[in-house]
Design a protein around this ligand. Structure first.
Ligand code: BES
Ligand code: MN
Ligand code: MN
Length: 455
Protein backbone atom coordinates (compact mmCIF):
# COMPACT_ATOMS: atom_id res chain seq x y z
CA UNK A 1 0.00 0.00 0.00
CA UNK A 2 2.88 2.39 0.78
CA UNK A 3 4.11 2.17 -2.78
CA UNK A 4 0.60 2.74 -4.12
CA UNK A 5 0.24 5.85 -1.98
CA UNK A 6 3.65 7.05 -3.13
CA UNK A 7 2.57 6.58 -6.75
CA UNK A 8 -0.50 8.70 -6.00
CA UNK A 9 1.45 11.52 -4.35
CA UNK A 10 4.12 11.65 -7.03
CA UNK A 11 1.49 11.38 -9.77
CA UNK A 12 -0.44 14.52 -8.78
CA UNK A 13 0.73 16.93 -11.47
CA UNK A 14 0.39 14.31 -14.19
CA UNK A 15 -3.12 13.33 -13.06
CA UNK A 16 -4.27 16.95 -13.14
CA UNK A 17 -2.80 17.63 -16.54
CA UNK A 18 -4.40 14.45 -17.98
CA UNK A 19 -7.76 15.37 -16.44
CA UNK A 20 -7.49 18.79 -18.09
CA UNK A 21 -7.09 17.10 -21.47
CA UNK A 22 -10.35 15.21 -20.92
CA UNK A 23 -12.09 18.35 -19.63
CA UNK A 24 -11.19 20.25 -22.81
CA UNK A 25 -13.45 17.97 -24.86
CA UNK A 26 -16.93 19.58 -24.97
CA UNK A 27 -18.85 16.30 -24.64
CA UNK A 28 -22.36 17.76 -24.19
CA UNK A 29 -24.60 14.74 -24.71
CA UNK A 30 -27.89 16.61 -25.05
CA UNK A 31 -26.74 18.71 -28.00
CA UNK A 32 -26.63 16.89 -31.35
CA UNK A 33 -24.01 19.42 -32.50
CA UNK A 34 -21.65 17.92 -29.89
CA UNK A 35 -22.23 14.25 -30.74
CA UNK A 36 -18.77 14.16 -32.35
CA UNK A 37 -17.22 15.52 -29.16
CA UNK A 38 -18.90 12.86 -27.02
CA UNK A 39 -17.27 10.31 -29.31
CA UNK A 40 -13.89 12.08 -29.03
CA UNK A 41 -14.23 11.88 -25.22
CA UNK A 42 -15.08 8.17 -25.43
CA UNK A 43 -12.05 7.54 -27.62
CA UNK A 44 -9.83 9.58 -25.25
CA UNK A 45 -11.03 7.50 -22.30
CA UNK A 46 -10.60 4.21 -24.17
CA UNK A 47 -7.05 5.04 -25.21
CA UNK A 48 -6.18 6.25 -21.72
CA UNK A 49 -7.38 3.00 -20.14
CA UNK A 50 -5.67 0.89 -22.82
CA UNK A 51 -2.39 2.75 -22.28
CA UNK A 52 -2.70 1.93 -18.58
CA UNK A 53 -2.75 -1.75 -19.44
CA UNK A 54 -6.48 -2.48 -19.36
CA UNK A 55 -8.43 -4.26 -22.03
CA UNK A 56 -10.51 -1.31 -23.19
CA UNK A 57 -13.14 -1.05 -25.88
CA UNK A 58 -15.66 1.36 -27.32
CA UNK A 59 -19.16 -0.10 -27.42
CA UNK A 60 -21.59 1.43 -29.85
CA UNK A 61 -25.18 2.08 -28.76
CA UNK A 62 -28.08 3.57 -30.74
CA UNK A 63 -26.98 6.86 -29.13
CA UNK A 64 -23.56 7.90 -27.84
CA UNK A 65 -20.84 5.27 -27.43
CA UNK A 66 -19.67 3.98 -24.06
CA UNK A 67 -16.33 2.64 -22.88
CA UNK A 68 -15.88 -0.68 -21.13
CA UNK A 69 -12.50 -1.75 -19.78
CA UNK A 70 -11.27 -4.48 -17.51
CA UNK A 71 -8.30 -6.07 -15.86
CA UNK A 72 -9.41 -9.27 -14.20
CA UNK A 73 -6.36 -11.20 -13.15
CA UNK A 74 -6.93 -11.60 -9.43
CA UNK A 75 -8.59 -15.02 -9.23
CA UNK A 76 -10.61 -15.60 -6.08
CA UNK A 77 -10.78 -11.88 -5.38
CA UNK A 78 -13.94 -9.78 -5.69
CA UNK A 79 -14.73 -7.89 -8.88
CA UNK A 80 -15.35 -4.15 -8.65
CA UNK A 81 -17.19 -2.31 -11.41
CA UNK A 82 -16.44 1.41 -11.45
CA UNK A 83 -19.23 3.34 -13.18
CA UNK A 84 -19.18 7.00 -14.18
CA UNK A 85 -19.90 9.32 -17.10
CA UNK A 86 -17.83 11.44 -19.46
CA UNK A 87 -20.74 13.38 -20.93
CA UNK A 88 -21.51 16.80 -19.50
CA UNK A 89 -24.30 19.33 -19.25
CA UNK A 90 -24.60 22.36 -21.56
CA UNK A 91 -22.66 25.43 -20.41
CA UNK A 92 -25.06 28.30 -21.08
CA UNK A 93 -25.20 31.09 -19.87
CA UNK A 94 -21.62 31.55 -21.05
CA UNK A 95 -21.25 35.11 -19.79
CA UNK A 96 -21.57 33.89 -16.19
CA UNK A 97 -18.36 31.85 -16.42
CA UNK A 98 -15.23 33.59 -15.15
CA UNK A 99 -13.11 31.36 -17.39
CA UNK A 100 -14.22 29.44 -20.49
CA UNK A 101 -15.99 26.17 -19.50
CA UNK A 102 -13.84 23.94 -21.67
CA UNK A 103 -10.53 25.60 -20.80
CA UNK A 104 -9.98 24.15 -17.31
CA UNK A 105 -7.94 26.25 -14.88
CA UNK A 106 -6.71 25.85 -11.31
CA UNK A 107 -8.08 28.51 -8.98
CA UNK A 108 -8.11 28.66 -5.15
CA UNK A 109 -7.29 24.99 -4.78
CA UNK A 110 -9.98 23.95 -7.25
CA UNK A 111 -10.03 22.88 -10.83
CA UNK A 112 -12.69 24.95 -12.61
CA UNK A 113 -14.51 23.89 -15.79
CA UNK A 114 -17.48 21.93 -17.08
CA UNK A 115 -17.32 18.29 -15.97
CA UNK A 116 -14.75 18.80 -13.20
CA UNK A 117 -17.10 17.45 -10.50
CA UNK A 118 -19.88 16.02 -12.70
CA UNK A 119 -18.43 13.64 -13.55
CA UNK A 120 -15.12 13.53 -15.42
CA UNK A 121 -13.04 14.60 -12.41
CA UNK A 122 -14.78 12.28 -9.97
CA UNK A 123 -14.75 9.30 -12.34
CA UNK A 124 -11.06 9.93 -13.02
CA UNK A 125 -10.20 9.35 -9.33
CA UNK A 126 -10.89 5.63 -9.77
CA UNK A 127 -8.97 5.48 -13.02
CA UNK A 128 -5.94 7.01 -11.33
CA UNK A 129 -6.28 4.73 -8.30
CA UNK A 130 -6.16 1.72 -10.62
CA UNK A 131 -3.10 3.20 -12.31
CA UNK A 132 -1.41 3.81 -8.94
CA UNK A 133 -1.93 0.17 -7.95
CA UNK A 134 -0.46 -1.00 -11.24
CA UNK A 135 2.52 1.35 -10.95
CA UNK A 136 3.10 0.97 -7.22
CA UNK A 137 2.28 -2.70 -6.63
CA UNK A 138 2.64 -4.08 -10.14
CA UNK A 139 -0.83 -5.65 -10.04
CA UNK A 140 -4.40 -5.07 -8.85
CA UNK A 141 -5.64 -6.50 -5.52
CA UNK A 142 -9.11 -7.11 -6.99
CA UNK A 143 -10.62 -7.66 -10.41
CA UNK A 144 -11.48 -4.32 -11.95
CA UNK A 145 -14.05 -3.39 -14.56
CA UNK A 146 -14.65 0.19 -15.64
CA UNK A 147 -17.83 1.35 -17.37
CA UNK A 148 -17.90 4.99 -18.42
CA UNK A 149 -20.85 6.18 -20.44
CA UNK A 150 -21.70 9.20 -22.59
CA UNK A 151 -25.44 9.47 -21.95
CA UNK A 152 -25.91 9.86 -18.19
CA UNK A 153 -26.98 13.49 -18.49
CA UNK A 154 -29.77 12.51 -20.87
CA UNK A 155 -31.08 9.73 -18.62
CA UNK A 156 -28.94 6.79 -19.88
CA UNK A 157 -31.53 5.81 -22.52
CA UNK A 158 -29.40 3.05 -24.04
CA UNK A 159 -27.51 1.69 -21.07
CA UNK A 160 -30.22 -0.66 -19.71
CA UNK A 161 -30.36 -2.54 -23.03
CA UNK A 162 -26.56 -2.63 -23.24
CA UNK A 163 -26.39 -4.05 -19.69
CA UNK A 164 -28.99 -6.67 -20.52
CA UNK A 165 -26.91 -7.73 -23.53
CA UNK A 166 -23.61 -7.67 -21.65
CA UNK A 167 -24.68 -9.20 -18.36
CA UNK A 168 -21.63 -11.42 -18.01
CA UNK A 169 -19.16 -8.86 -19.24
CA UNK A 170 -20.38 -6.28 -16.73
CA UNK A 171 -21.03 -8.70 -13.86
CA UNK A 172 -19.38 -7.64 -10.61
CA UNK A 173 -19.66 -8.14 -6.87
CA UNK A 174 -20.03 -4.43 -6.24
CA UNK A 175 -20.46 -1.23 -8.26
CA UNK A 176 -18.56 1.85 -7.13
CA UNK A 177 -19.82 5.25 -8.26
CA UNK A 178 -18.51 8.73 -7.50
CA UNK A 179 -21.10 11.06 -8.96
CA UNK A 180 -22.55 12.60 -5.79
CA UNK A 181 -21.13 14.96 -3.13
CA UNK A 182 -19.67 15.00 0.34
CA UNK A 183 -21.98 16.54 2.92
CA UNK A 184 -19.51 19.39 3.32
CA UNK A 185 -15.77 20.13 3.34
CA UNK A 186 -13.98 17.51 5.44
CA UNK A 187 -17.16 15.40 5.71
CA UNK A 188 -16.69 12.46 3.38
CA UNK A 189 -19.99 10.76 2.77
CA UNK A 190 -21.59 7.49 1.89
CA UNK A 191 -24.80 8.21 0.00
CA UNK A 192 -27.61 5.80 0.84
CA UNK A 193 -30.34 7.03 -1.46
CA UNK A 194 -31.08 8.94 -4.65
CA UNK A 195 -34.35 10.42 -5.75
CA UNK A 196 -35.92 9.34 -9.03
CA UNK A 197 -37.40 11.56 -11.75
CA UNK A 198 -40.53 11.62 -13.86
CA UNK A 199 -41.25 14.40 -16.31
CA UNK A 200 -44.39 15.45 -18.15
CA UNK A 201 -45.72 18.25 -20.35
CA UNK A 202 -49.13 19.88 -20.37
CA UNK A 203 -50.47 21.23 -23.67
CA UNK A 204 -53.63 23.34 -23.73
CA UNK A 205 -55.49 24.34 -26.91
CA UNK A 206 -58.58 26.49 -26.65
CA UNK A 207 -59.13 27.47 -30.29
CA UNK A 208 -57.74 26.52 -33.69
CA UNK A 209 -55.78 29.78 -33.90
CA UNK A 210 -55.05 32.94 -31.87
CA UNK A 211 -58.15 35.16 -31.95
CA UNK A 212 -58.71 38.93 -32.00
CA UNK A 213 -59.35 39.85 -28.38
CA UNK A 214 -61.74 42.62 -29.43
CA UNK A 215 -63.94 40.33 -31.49
CA UNK A 216 -63.65 37.20 -29.32
CA UNK A 217 -62.26 38.22 -25.91
CA UNK A 218 -64.70 37.59 -23.10
CA UNK A 219 -66.66 35.07 -25.14
CA UNK A 220 -64.11 32.24 -25.59
CA UNK A 221 -61.65 30.55 -23.19
CA UNK A 222 -58.03 31.71 -23.06
CA UNK A 223 -55.38 28.95 -23.25
CA UNK A 224 -52.99 30.64 -20.82
CA UNK A 225 -55.77 31.21 -18.33
CA UNK A 226 -56.81 27.55 -18.54
CA UNK A 227 -53.21 26.37 -18.22
CA UNK A 228 -52.31 28.58 -15.27
CA UNK A 229 -55.40 27.42 -13.36
CA UNK A 230 -54.38 23.81 -13.95
CA UNK A 231 -50.78 24.50 -12.99
CA UNK A 232 -51.65 26.42 -9.86
CA UNK A 233 -53.90 23.54 -8.81
CA UNK A 234 -50.95 21.15 -8.78
CA UNK A 235 -49.87 22.40 -5.35
CA UNK A 236 -51.73 23.06 -2.14
CA UNK A 237 -51.51 26.57 -0.68
CA UNK A 238 -49.04 25.37 1.97
CA UNK A 239 -46.54 24.03 -0.58
CA UNK A 240 -47.42 20.33 -0.80
CA UNK A 241 -48.41 18.54 -4.00
CA UNK A 242 -52.20 18.42 -4.50
CA UNK A 243 -52.31 15.37 -6.79
CA UNK A 244 -54.47 12.67 -5.17
CA UNK A 245 -52.37 9.69 -4.14
CA UNK A 246 -49.07 11.50 -4.76
CA UNK A 247 -47.67 10.70 -1.32
CA UNK A 248 -49.36 7.29 -0.90
CA UNK A 249 -46.30 5.15 -1.60
CA UNK A 250 -43.68 7.36 0.03
CA UNK A 251 -41.54 5.32 2.38
CA UNK A 252 -40.61 7.59 5.27
CA UNK A 253 -37.03 7.46 6.53
CA UNK A 254 -36.69 5.54 9.81
CA UNK A 255 -36.58 7.51 13.06
CA UNK A 256 -32.96 6.51 13.32
CA UNK A 257 -32.10 7.84 9.87
CA UNK A 258 -34.01 11.10 10.50
CA UNK A 259 -32.18 11.52 13.80
CA UNK A 260 -28.82 11.01 12.07
CA UNK A 261 -29.70 13.71 9.51
CA UNK A 262 -30.72 16.12 12.25
CA UNK A 263 -27.31 15.54 13.86
CA UNK A 264 -25.48 16.62 10.67
CA UNK A 265 -23.91 20.09 10.73
CA UNK A 266 -26.54 21.66 8.47
CA UNK A 267 -27.10 25.39 8.29
CA UNK A 268 -30.30 26.69 6.73
CA UNK A 269 -28.64 30.07 6.31
CA UNK A 270 -25.78 28.57 4.30
CA UNK A 271 -28.20 26.46 2.29
CA UNK A 272 -30.19 29.58 1.36
CA UNK A 273 -26.97 31.42 0.56
CA UNK A 274 -25.81 28.63 -1.76
CA UNK A 275 -29.19 28.84 -3.51
CA UNK A 276 -29.13 32.63 -3.65
CA UNK A 277 -32.71 32.47 -2.30
CA UNK A 278 -34.36 34.57 0.41
CA UNK A 279 -36.57 31.97 1.95
CA UNK A 280 -37.25 28.24 2.08
CA UNK A 281 -40.12 26.76 0.09
CA UNK A 282 -41.94 23.47 -0.26
CA UNK A 283 -43.63 21.44 2.43
CA UNK A 284 -43.80 23.15 5.80
CA UNK A 285 -42.75 21.59 9.11
CA UNK A 286 -40.16 19.30 7.66
CA UNK A 287 -36.41 19.39 8.06
CA UNK A 288 -34.79 20.81 4.92
CA UNK A 289 -32.67 17.68 4.46
CA UNK A 290 -35.80 15.55 4.61
CA UNK A 291 -37.38 17.76 1.93
CA UNK A 292 -34.49 17.36 -0.51
CA UNK A 293 -33.57 13.76 0.29
CA UNK A 294 -36.75 11.97 1.26
CA UNK A 295 -39.78 13.92 -0.01
CA UNK A 296 -41.10 13.92 -3.56
CA UNK A 297 -41.57 17.16 -5.48
CA UNK A 298 -43.37 18.49 -8.51
CA UNK A 299 -41.64 21.41 -10.22
CA UNK A 300 -42.94 23.55 -13.03
CA UNK A 301 -39.75 23.90 -15.02
CA UNK A 302 -40.96 25.91 -18.02
CA UNK A 303 -44.09 27.63 -19.22
CA UNK A 304 -45.06 29.33 -22.44
CA UNK A 305 -47.76 30.39 -24.86
CA UNK A 306 -49.35 33.42 -26.41
CA UNK A 307 -47.59 36.54 -27.60
CA UNK A 308 -44.03 37.15 -26.41
CA UNK A 309 -42.74 39.72 -28.92
CA UNK A 310 -42.11 43.44 -28.32
CA UNK A 311 -45.08 45.75 -27.76
CA UNK A 312 -48.66 44.64 -27.34
CA UNK A 313 -50.93 42.38 -29.30
CA UNK A 314 -54.67 42.12 -28.82
CA UNK A 315 -55.20 38.36 -28.90
CA UNK A 316 -56.85 35.54 -27.06
CA UNK A 317 -54.06 32.93 -27.25
CA UNK A 318 -55.02 29.54 -28.63
CA UNK A 319 -52.19 27.51 -27.14
CA UNK A 320 -50.18 27.27 -23.95
CA UNK A 321 -47.81 24.67 -22.48
CA UNK A 322 -45.93 23.84 -19.33
CA UNK A 323 -43.08 21.43 -18.70
CA UNK A 324 -43.01 19.77 -15.30
CA UNK A 325 -40.61 17.47 -13.57
CA UNK A 326 -41.05 15.42 -10.41
CA UNK A 327 -38.45 14.01 -8.04
CA UNK A 328 -39.53 10.70 -6.58
CA UNK A 329 -38.44 8.97 -3.40
CA UNK A 330 -38.16 5.30 -2.40
CA UNK A 331 -41.51 3.55 -2.61
CA UNK A 332 -42.75 5.56 -5.60
CA UNK A 333 -43.11 4.13 -9.12
CA UNK A 334 -42.67 6.66 -11.97
CA UNK A 335 -45.43 5.28 -14.24
CA UNK A 336 -47.93 5.16 -11.38
CA UNK A 337 -47.20 8.77 -10.40
CA UNK A 338 -47.55 9.96 -14.00
CA UNK A 339 -50.95 8.23 -14.14
CA UNK A 340 -52.06 10.00 -10.95
CA UNK A 341 -50.96 13.34 -12.41
CA UNK A 342 -52.85 12.66 -15.64
CA UNK A 343 -56.04 11.89 -13.71
CA UNK A 344 -55.62 15.04 -11.63
CA UNK A 345 -55.14 17.25 -14.67
CA UNK A 346 -57.99 15.62 -16.56
CA UNK A 347 -60.32 16.35 -13.64
CA UNK A 348 -59.05 19.95 -13.49
CA UNK A 349 -59.58 20.59 -17.22
CA UNK A 350 -62.71 22.31 -18.54
CA UNK A 351 -64.67 19.81 -20.62
CA UNK A 352 -64.70 21.94 -23.76
CA UNK A 353 -60.95 22.49 -23.98
CA UNK A 354 -58.21 20.27 -25.41
CA UNK A 355 -55.73 19.43 -22.65
CA UNK A 356 -53.01 16.87 -23.38
CA UNK A 357 -50.59 15.48 -20.82
CA UNK A 358 -47.51 13.83 -22.27
CA UNK A 359 -45.56 11.78 -19.78
CA UNK A 360 -42.01 10.75 -20.50
CA UNK A 361 -40.44 7.68 -18.97
CA UNK A 362 -38.92 8.10 -15.56
CA UNK A 363 -35.98 7.13 -13.42
CA UNK A 364 -37.02 5.21 -10.30
CA UNK A 365 -35.60 6.21 -6.92
CA UNK A 366 -33.06 3.99 -5.22
CA UNK A 367 -31.95 3.23 -1.70
CA UNK A 368 -28.77 1.51 -0.62
CA UNK A 369 -28.74 -0.69 2.48
CA UNK A 370 -25.96 0.22 4.90
CA UNK A 371 -25.43 -3.15 6.57
CA UNK A 372 -23.21 -4.71 3.90
CA UNK A 373 -19.53 -5.54 3.98
CA UNK A 374 -19.17 -3.27 0.94
CA UNK A 375 -20.38 -0.27 2.89
CA UNK A 376 -18.15 -1.24 5.82
CA UNK A 377 -15.14 -1.38 3.50
CA UNK A 378 -16.01 1.97 1.94
CA UNK A 379 -16.34 3.60 5.36
CA UNK A 380 -12.84 2.38 6.25
CA UNK A 381 -11.46 3.52 2.90
CA UNK A 382 -13.06 7.00 3.12
CA UNK A 383 -11.73 7.45 6.63
CA UNK A 384 -8.19 6.68 5.52
CA UNK A 385 -8.43 8.55 2.22
CA UNK A 386 -9.92 11.75 3.65
CA UNK A 387 -8.58 11.51 7.20
CA UNK A 388 -12.08 11.96 8.65
CA UNK A 389 -14.96 9.71 9.66
CA UNK A 390 -17.57 9.53 6.91
CA UNK A 391 -21.23 10.39 7.45
CA UNK A 392 -24.28 8.71 5.92
CA UNK A 393 -26.38 10.98 3.74
CA UNK A 394 -28.79 10.80 0.85
CA UNK A 395 -28.91 13.01 -2.24
CA UNK A 396 -31.83 14.62 -4.00
CA UNK A 397 -30.42 14.09 -7.52
CA UNK A 398 -30.68 11.01 -9.70
CA UNK A 399 -28.37 8.63 -11.53
CA UNK A 400 -30.57 6.61 -13.86
CA UNK A 401 -28.65 3.37 -14.09
CA UNK A 402 -28.20 2.80 -10.36
CA UNK A 403 -31.68 1.31 -9.98
CA UNK A 404 -30.96 -1.10 -12.82
CA UNK A 405 -27.76 -2.32 -11.14
CA UNK A 406 -29.51 -2.76 -7.80
CA UNK A 407 -32.96 -4.02 -8.78
CA UNK A 408 -32.41 -5.87 -12.07
CA UNK A 409 -29.02 -7.42 -11.39
CA UNK A 410 -28.79 -7.46 -7.59
CA UNK A 411 -25.47 -5.65 -7.78
CA UNK A 412 -24.82 -3.64 -4.59
CA UNK A 413 -23.80 -0.05 -5.34
CA UNK A 414 -21.54 2.24 -3.36
CA UNK A 415 -22.18 5.94 -3.91
CA UNK A 416 -19.02 7.63 -2.69
CA UNK A 417 -19.23 11.32 -3.52
CA UNK A 418 -16.02 13.31 -3.52
CA UNK A 419 -17.54 16.60 -4.72
CA UNK A 420 -18.98 19.39 -2.58
CA UNK A 421 -22.52 20.78 -2.46
CA UNK A 422 -21.30 24.13 -3.81
CA UNK A 423 -19.47 22.72 -6.84
CA UNK A 424 -22.10 24.31 -9.13
CA UNK A 425 -22.61 21.13 -11.13
CA UNK A 426 -24.77 21.90 -14.21
CA UNK A 427 -24.17 25.64 -13.56
CA UNK A 428 -21.54 28.23 -14.45
CA UNK A 429 -18.05 27.90 -12.89
CA UNK A 430 -18.36 24.24 -12.00
CA UNK A 431 -15.42 23.23 -9.82
CA UNK A 432 -13.85 20.31 -8.01
CA UNK A 433 -11.47 20.64 -5.08
CA UNK A 434 -8.01 19.34 -5.99
CA UNK A 435 -7.38 18.11 -2.46
CA UNK A 436 -10.64 16.15 -2.64
CA UNK A 437 -9.56 14.85 -6.05
CA UNK A 438 -6.42 13.46 -4.41
CA UNK A 439 -8.34 12.19 -1.35
CA UNK A 440 -10.76 10.47 -3.74
CA UNK A 441 -7.89 8.70 -5.49
CA UNK A 442 -6.50 7.56 -2.12
CA UNK A 443 -9.96 6.38 -1.02
CA UNK A 444 -10.42 4.33 -4.17
CA UNK A 445 -6.94 2.81 -3.76
CA UNK A 446 -7.67 1.94 -0.11
CA UNK A 447 -11.04 0.50 -1.08
CA UNK A 448 -9.49 -1.84 -3.61
CA UNK A 449 -6.87 -2.86 -1.04
CA UNK A 450 -9.53 -3.41 1.61
CA UNK A 451 -11.72 -5.57 -0.66
CA UNK A 452 -8.74 -7.54 -1.92
CA UNK A 453 -7.62 -8.36 1.60
CA UNK A 454 -11.01 -9.43 2.93
CA UNK A 455 -11.72 -12.64 1.11
N1 BES B 1 -24.29 13.63 -10.84
C1 BES B 1 -25.66 13.95 -11.08
C2 BES B 1 -26.57 13.36 -10.03
C3 BES B 1 -26.61 14.13 -8.75
C4 BES B 1 -27.00 15.45 -8.75
C5 BES B 1 -26.30 13.51 -7.59
C6 BES B 1 -27.05 16.16 -7.57
C7 BES B 1 -26.35 14.21 -6.41
C8 BES B 1 -26.71 15.55 -6.39
C9 BES B 1 -26.06 13.40 -12.44
O1 BES B 1 -25.07 13.65 -13.42
C10 BES B 1 -27.31 14.13 -12.91
O2 BES B 1 -27.21 15.28 -13.23
N2 BES B 1 -28.43 13.43 -12.96
C11 BES B 1 -29.64 13.92 -13.53
C12 BES B 1 -30.36 12.70 -14.03
C13 BES B 1 -31.30 12.92 -15.17
C14 BES B 1 -30.61 13.44 -16.39
C15 BES B 1 -32.02 11.63 -15.49
C16 BES B 1 -30.47 14.64 -12.49
O3 BES B 1 -30.38 14.35 -11.29
O4 BES B 1 -31.20 15.54 -12.89
MN1 MN C 1 -23.23 13.06 -12.77
MN1 MN D 1 -25.22 15.77 -13.97
Amino acid sequence: MEKVLAAIESGREGFISELKDLLRIPSVSSDPAHAGDVRVAAEWVRKHLADMGLEAEIHETPGHPLVFAQKCDAPGKPTILFYGHFDVQPVEPLDEWTSPPFEPVERDGNIVGRGTADDKGQAFTHVKAVEAWLKGAGCLPVNVKILLEGEEEIGSPNLPAWLAEHRDLAAADVVVISDTSQFGPGLPSVCTGLRGIAAFEIHVETSSTDLHSGSFGGAVPNAIDVLTRIVSGLHTPDGGVAVAGFYDDVKAPSDEEMASWKALPFSEKQFLQSAGAQTLGGEPDRHTLERIWARPTLEIVGIGGGFQGPGHKGIVPAKAWAKCSMRLVPGMVPAKVIEAVKRHIEAASPASVKVKVEGGHGTPPVSIPTDSRWVAASVAALEKGFGAKPVFIREGGSISIVTRFVEDYGMPCLLLGFGLPDDHIHGPNEKFSLSDFMAGIRTSAYLMGELGREV
